[in-house]
Design a protein around this ligand. Structure first.
Ligand code: ATP
Ligand code: MG
Length: 149
């Protein structure tokens, strides 16, 4: 389906914000993009939502999520949180099926370890990539990139 990147991202962010009833989250949208793009809307949305859900799930108090996007040769979406972060050694396994970081901060947070696996599969199917940058106790940035055409 062909979507307008600006409308599409605003839709995702607004819907996600509505789904978070009690938590107070600061969203900082810096979405300066206005392009048409071909995506499988259902799956691509799932891929983005998995990352947004993790930002909330592995967040600390005073959660802040910054979302930014650009369209040049690629459509790039970055989702940055100020949560617990992911140790360097664990980062290479994040997209593996059923992988979860087993430290004490997260042992009472429920999950199957499938969200990022699916995100990666979906983005690969769009001929793109998903990347992580993270520092423990500082936060995590996931970047999704797919070609414009
Ligand atoms: P599921 O998404 O299937 O409910 P999950 O959240 O554990 O379960 P993934 O979304 O695949 O699985 O994430 C894998 C692991 O990566 C998580 O268990 C968590 O340890 C770590 N992780 C993912 N996103 C973040 C984040 N934003 N901050 C800190 N850790 C994260
Ligand atoms: Mg998850």
């Amino acid at each position: 389906e062909v979507v307008n990147t600006n409308d599409y991202l605003n839709m995702i962010v607004d819907d996600f914000q509505l789904s978070l009833d009690s938590k107070s989250i600061k969203f900082n949208k810096n979405i300066s993009v206005n392009n048409e793009i071909l995506i499988d809307k259902f799956y691509f949305t799932t891929a983005v939502l998995n990352i947004l859900e993790n930002a909330v799930k592995y967040g600390k108090e005073d959660l802040e999520i910054h979302i930014s996007a650009t369209t040049k040769e690629n459509f790039t979406i970055s989702i940055k949180d100020n949560g617990i972060g992911i140790p360097k050694k664990q980062q290479q396994f994040l997209f593996d099926k059923f992988y979860r970081v087993g430290n004490k901060e997260v042992h009472n947070v429920k999950g199957l370890g499938l969200g990022l696996y699916y995100t990666h599969q979906i983005i690969k199917a769009h001929k793109g990539g998903v990347f992580v940058e993270s520092e423990e106790n500082i936060g995590t940035t996931f970047t999704i990139q797919i070609p414009l055409k």
